[in-house]
Ligand binder design. Sequence first.
Ligand SMILES: *Cc1c(COP(=O)(O)O)cnc(C)c1O
Length: 379
Amino acid sequence: MKNLPMVDLNGQYTKIKEEIDNAMQEVVDSAYFVGGPAVGKFQNNLEKYLGVKHVIPCANGTDALTIAMMAAGLKPGDEVITANFTFVATAEAIAMLNLTPVLVDVYDDTFNIDVAAIENAITDKTKAIVPVHLFGQAANMEAIMKLAKKHDLFVIEDTAQAIGADYTFSDGSVAKAGTIGDIGTTSFFPSKNLGCFGDGGALFTNDDTLAAMIKKVVNHGMEKRYYHDMIGMNSRLDTLQAAVLDVKLNYLDSYCDARRDAADYYDNAFKDIEGLETPFRSPFSTHVFHQYTLKLGDGLDHFEMQDFLKENGVPGMIYYPVPLHLQKAYLDPRYKEGDFPVTEKLCSNVISLPMHTEHSEESLKYITEKVIAFVQSKN
Ligand SMILES: *Cc1c(COP(=O)(O)O)cnc(C)c1O
């Protein structure tokens, strides 16, 4: 077995090719390439799926974060707290608006933002918290919302990796990740759990005023055509992408199940292997396994494992090799090496295995055998 994929978008498409092709053809025939009924239809269906009042589509997940912060009325110099262990887009959106990113450490088990660390980082300049639901599990939203309420902070959930995950509150009520804070954002990048055939993104909110503001921001700051109330941007979801997403949304739950099945296979294969720590399952969030991420024990090098797997036709990805505070673009005198022990350790010992909706038992068997062979070669 040679050259397995990290994600299998082709296999996924093949199964629903006719449905997708028809939806795309309808858009072409309608000649609505921007806006139009297909966008509205997807928007409504996603609102229903998420149980949220407003979904506002936009061009990508990075824009969604930027738009959320603009709609929240954040101003240069305002401090925004986010997790250090994340994809750069989260901090990038903050920095692009001349807001101050305040980085905090994450939990060693869930990889999600540490609530006590958030509390320690709050100053009188803090205006917002951006928890990231990393790798497919929701951050500790109940505690985060409580803290936000106490300090009057805005909460923007970066749900790019966790669309479809369910969060359970201590009273037993359940909400979709991304619908708990003031605004949720997501990305429809092809490899995300709900991916389109190019770039796409969206914002979610239950607040009518914020929804109106977001709609204004994505459309050049205008409500009435050619009357511009504020400086906005141009950020739209292409109609073709909306048509693709509307078809794939019907399969999202089954895609999440397929990912969980693959994760169960991995967990089971690795459970007795010393040196491999399988992903922790949070008690308050379902896991939609955007990534299946192992932590390697001392003496096992993740880059070495990555090379070994590659030689055997198995891709492994290191999300993320460098914490934000040690990235060249984000170096800041406020931070130095050693300030974020958990994030720094994770950046040195995690590796993510192929994760998608189209795994065969044969490919999972092969991947797990190669991972175990690497570990055993080091004993
Ligand atoms: C992918 C991703 C984004 C950015 O999404 P794009 O659509 O690529 O701009 C933001 N945050 C996180 C956590 C992501 O994984």
